[in-house]
Design a protein. Structure first.
Length: 180
């Protein structure tokens, strides 16, 4: 459109061209500001290593799993270090670190174990979230409001249960480990 107007009478179309040019300049400037000039959005910080205490013998193997898998990308249906989803990560963590066999999917995992109140959570409890109408997410509670999971945005990470994203999406918790 601008190329076409350049060949027309400048006196007649000059003000219109300036008005439209200013309009498009404002649109592009606005889009650049809204998108952060193409820079990726800042991630919410993960829970820090020092933000929880290893208060039980179970904390150490779970934290070791985190150190081994930290940053592994999320991949729906994935079950390896190349990409893993939340339920597979939980299943593998329990199998490899605690010797406990769990079902593969979140839909199956939330049906096992004993229900636990949010204020009664213990290290090793499975915590479930409703992230969308029909989408569920699972993680492993470590203590002090910190849980281990495979996040869709950060891969395997630690997050805080009282985080502004996770807290309102909390659904329920299950205890699959019995104290001896």
């Amino acid at each position: 459109m601008i190329m076409r107007l350049r060949f027309l009478n400048r006196q007649q179309y000059g003000p219109e061209l300036i008005r439209w040019g200013g309009y498009w300049c404002a649109v592009f400037l606005g889009l650049a500001l809204l998108t952060g000039c193409g820079q990726p959005a800042a991630r919410q910080p993960s829970a820090s290593i020092s933000s929880f205490k290893t208060t039980s013998s179970m904390s150490e193997p779970l934290y070791a799993q985190y150190l081994e898998w930290r940053g592994t990308p999320y991949r729906l249906g994935g079950n390896s270090r190349q990409g893993v989803d939340c339920s597979s990560f939980v299943q593998q963590t329990f199998s490899q670190r605690l010797g406990i066999s769990l079902p593969r999917t979140t839909a199956e995992q939330h049906r096992i174990g004993k229900s636990v109140a949010r204020n009664q959570l213990q290290t090793g409890d499975l915590i479930f979230f409703k992230t969308e109408v029909k989408v569920r997410h699972v993680g492993i509670y470590l203590g002090d409001q910190v849980f281990l999971h495979a996040s869709t945005s950060q891969g395997v990470t630690l997050s805080r249960l009282d985080n502004v994203y996770w807290s309102p999406r909390y659904w329920k918790a299950k205890r699959v480990i019995t104290s001896s």
